[in-house]
Design a protein around this ligand. Structure first.
Ligand SMILES: Nc1nc2c(ncn2[C@@H]2O[C@H](COP(=O)(O)OP(=O)(O)OP(=O)(O)O)[C@@H](O)[C@H]2O)c(=O)[nH]1
Ligand SMILES: [Mg+2]
Length: 266
């Protein structure tokens, strides 16, 4: 009798609080990737019939960029570790965390790259931007300058990636520090910018945890939906399933290991 060991059978089950059964809703309809209430029907059917091809074996790369001290590390730590540190420790270069989800019954992983915002570490960090499917640009809702710098961060991130293939999010951090009046003022500007650059907009607080889980669930769900649709398109009328085509597309995870030589920091 032969024993088949698949990647899924070796991995521990996905945490119960990482199971996504319904499409999480956008934060603001004015600046959303889409405003549909549920996952695409084709995606739902494909998941039910286990025709998601390689999606369950892939890891999507997410990069989090933005000015120094806007709260990128705190955002990732709140979601991945449910922790918050009020002391600032600058990220030197990059850090990353893996998060495993189950979306519509299919395993799905995000590799979250936390990059440095400080100018002197930026050139190291930018060598890790490549191969990102999702770009999250963080700004501090109490610091208008950090919102003004979003375009520059976008430009830098897109230099290393295919702009048509990237899903873009702008996230306002430290919502707990601004009054409702201050917040609504900066939100106007942020929504306008998000519309101009075709990004989905969110505002969160890593201190209180407000919207943090909702935000990452939305990121995971939209990335998953896009990947399943791409897989269905690629397979065309042919039925996916039966054969596991691990080598059929270059993985984002691999892309991140092919480091580009930095042309700065010398
Ligand atoms: N009140 C409040 N403070 C926050 C929040 N998020 C982050 N901070 C504080 O802001 C400071 C900077 O946070 P970090 O997450 O280290 O910032 P960063 O963007 O990772 O900074 P770099 O790694 O240098 O790019 C820390 O002192 C945090 O405690 C928040 O939601 N609310
Ligand atoms: Mg950091």
């Amino acid at each position: 009798m032969s024993v088949r060991i698949s990647a899924m059978s070796v991995l521990p089950p996905v945490r119960k609080d990482r199971v996504i059964a319904q499409l999480p809703q956008c934060f603001r309809k004015e600046a959303a990737f889409h405003t549909k209430e549920d996952f695409n029907n084709k995606v739902k059917t494909a998941c039910q019939e286990q025709r998601t091809g390689t999606v369950g074996f892939k890891i999507s790369k997410v990069i989090v960029v933005g000015d120094l001290a806007v709260g990128k590390t705190c955002l990732i730590n709140r979601f991945c570790k449910d922790a918050f540190d009020k002391n600032y420790k600058a990220t030197i270069g990059v850090d990353f965390e893996m998060e495993r989800f189950e979306v519509l019954g299919v395993p799905f992983s995000l590799q979250l790259w936390d990059t440095a915002g400080q100018e002197r570490f930026k050139c190291i960090a930018s060598t890790y931007y490549r191969g990102a499917q999702i770009v999250i640009i963080a700004f501090d809702v109490t610091d208008i300058a950090s919102l003004d710098h979003v375009r520059q961060w976008l430009e830098d991130a897109l230099k290393e990636n295919d702009p048509t293939a990237v899903q873009l999010f702008i996230v306002g951090t430290k919502k707990d520090l601004s009054s409702p009046a201050q917040y609504s003022q900066i939100e106007q500007d942020a929504l306008k910018l998000a519309q101009e650059i075709t990004a989905e907009y969110w505002a969160v607080s890593s201190l209180t945890g407000e919207n943090v889980k909702e935000f990452f669930f939305r990121v995971a769900s939209l990335a998953f939906e896009t990947n399943v649709l791409a897989e269905l398109e690629k397979s065309g009328p042919r039925q996916i399933g039966g054969i596991v085509r691990i080598n059929s597309t270059p993985s984002n995870a691999n892309a991140s290991t092919k480091k580009k030589q930095p042309n700065c920091c010398q």
